[in-house]
Design a protein around this ligand. Sequence first.
Ligand code: FAD
Ligand code: SF4
Length: 398
Amino acid sequence: MPMTAAHHKARALKPGSPRPAKTLCSECGLCDTYYIHYVKEACAFLNQQFETLEQQSHGRARDLDNWDECYFGVHQEMMAARKTEPIPGAQWTGIVSTIAIALLESGRVEGVVCVQNSQSDRFTPKPVIARTREEILAARVNKPTLSPNLSVLEQVEQAGLKRLLVIGVGCQIQALRAVQDKLGLEKLYVLGTPCVDNVTRAGLQKFLETTSRSPETVIYYEFMQDFRVHFKHSDGSTETVPFFGLKTNQLKDVFAPSCMSCFDYVNGLADLVVGYMGAPLGWQWLVVRNERGQEMLDLVRDQLEIQPVTSAGDRHAAVQQSIPAYDKGVTLPMWAAKLVGLVIERIGPKGLEYARFSIDSHFTRNYLYVRRNYPQKLAAHVPAFAKKIVDQYQLPAQ
Ligand code: FAD
Ligand code: SF4
């Protein structure tokens, strides 16, 4: 790429200065680089353009007449998988880190954009371009906070990297896809995770303090398929809190406005997505979107145990009931929350139906949030697939 490209004249914003997307900024990192030049088109919160970017990334937009595509995005295959030898300390079994290592060590990429944590704080994100197995492993496990993964993009061009893997969540990947042709790369692999309900570092503190018995010792947490939040503590113990017992009234304002306005839960633009919510407890859920995603999966297939995805139950009644609860911030007493959790776990949605349950609950909540707080953005910001999902439910009039 000639060093005269338009973005070279742009200047990154200073840390802490207002961002173009204002309150909706998810701190994806783009504006920490000279690629801010493209922010008006690239920012996920200023310019919703799933159809165009799906077309660019996968050769076609998702088929809205096919419910599986409407929910899970363009894909050629889905499965449940887990590593036969899990990586200790990974979020689940470490499939993401394993794929990154395989791409690097096979020479397919020269570097991996991923996020480690700062030395002083387990939950403060530190994006890096990893060039060794050790640096990739140091990025394992979720940083459950907004993370400026794209802030290292300038270094990609400066280091002259030509083949790159980027690991990221939906908002980061949307901006990345919009600028990928400007990075001077010959090949880009994109490995995504689903993402929902993220928080600032301060918001995370509030979540831990309202929800966990010992906020300062939490080293990991996840909202699991058994309708409980699982916290792991530094002494090795596990604490579980039922979803229905969360102090929704106090937590209402904890999630970042960007995440309350996001409809890309399943990371529709990545080549391959690795999550958990469409799989049985203990397993990970893989969505292969295109041939590049298939290539990544094939590299590590011999390290995985694989089974087909399944689906059971009917989410609709539970989602419809959750709408006013979310909206009004109702909190059940703990005994009732445990009871509801137990019943729902026995008879409730499982496998892909659990994933649909989670998508429906979040999309209806987020639709109401955008309608209330950003009414002028509603029509353009909510993609057609999300509108179709939300339209299955009765929403409060205002
Ligand atoms: P690991 O091998 O442990 O690797 C984790 C990778 O994630 C690392 O490479 C790291 O660079 C990257 N990463 C960590 N934190 C961030 C961050 N904040 N932003 C961008 N990249 C990051 N899956 C679901 O199915 N449903 C959900 O609701 C869901 N919510 C999530 C919410 C958040 C905030 C995040 C970060 C992930 C979420 N996931 C969700 C994905 C899931 O929790 C696991 O990350 C995924 O299954 C990979 O597990 P692993 O063991 O293979 O990852
Ligand atoms: Fe910039 Fe990203 Fe924030 Fe949008 S979300 S304003 S692209 S840092």
